[in-house]
Write a protein that binds this ligand. Sequence first.
Ligand SMILES: C[S@@+](CC[C@H](N)C(=O)[O-])C[C@H]1O[C@@H](n2cnc3c(N)ncnc32)[C@H](O)[C@@H]1O
Length: 290
Amino acid sequence: MQLNQIVVEVPRAQAGTAEAALQGLGALSVTLRDAGDEPLLEPLPGEQPLWGRVRVEALIPASVPSEAVGTALGDTLGSPCPWAVFPVPERDWVRETQAAFPARRFGRRLWVCPSWEEAPREATVLRLDPGLAFGTGAHPTTALCLEWLDAHPPRGQQVVDYGCGSGILGIAAALLGASTVWATDIDAQALEATRSNAAHNDLEPHRLEVVCPDALDGTSVSLVLANILQGPLLALQPTLTALVAPGGTLVLSGLLRDQAEAVRMRYTPAFRFVAEQTLDDWVLLEARRS
Ligand SMILES: C[S@@+](CC[C@H](N)C(=O)[O-])C[C@H]1O[C@@H](n2cnc3c(N)ncnc32)[C@H](O)[C@@H]1O
């Protein structure tokens, strides 16, 4: 189907109205973006914060005439608002999406492979297709953790993946020999994605158990992986400390270089920091529980 992209910029209060007007024209998708430069980091599940000015982009069939778009937007938004229409060139979306998620190697032998790629022989292969939850391995914070796991395979260990997203770290830990992994997140969609991804990797629930954070009260394990942003990592210090058994290891990721020191200070003296790895602007910290 030939498509056009409609772009309209509106104040925050009119974003929903513009979205509804475009959906009324038969939009196949509507995307809300930042019209300025106003970052919104890690909203809580259920929250839908919006920027002050919002750029609304919609894909609609090219058969919808421009006049109909102008009328629909003009009628619903009340005041005149600038909008533009761009023809969308015909593309092979499936091929392009697949090309954006190639199989990747982390460390020596851990590979993350989408379903449409052959797995290399003699590798530890984590099967994962991109989905709604964070964690494909493409982001440096995840890559740092996967490389750490490849270098420190948790054979026979009990592991917690705290802030599991897609479950990528917990699944990697299980494939690298962990006896049991508990994966948790505050986002219900992440828990669902982790369950599904674990099943695609033939991990039965006794190898990788997906639980709500509260269910881990009273648990302590030899390895906790937490790839979350600095704010949650600071706030979760008592929780993560309680989860790591004496002598156990805590791996923290999701930190920019200039954020690492504050986290180190918050987790000392319960932990001794023994190593750090960096990738681009991101840092992974490895700490041993006193
Ligand atoms: C950066 S993603 C990491 C996903 C995956 N572990 C990875 O390494 O790619 C952070 C995840 O932490 C979750 N999260 C944020 N705050 C949390 C909290 N207080 N407790 C549990 N999970 C949290 C988010 O919902 C998100 O799925």
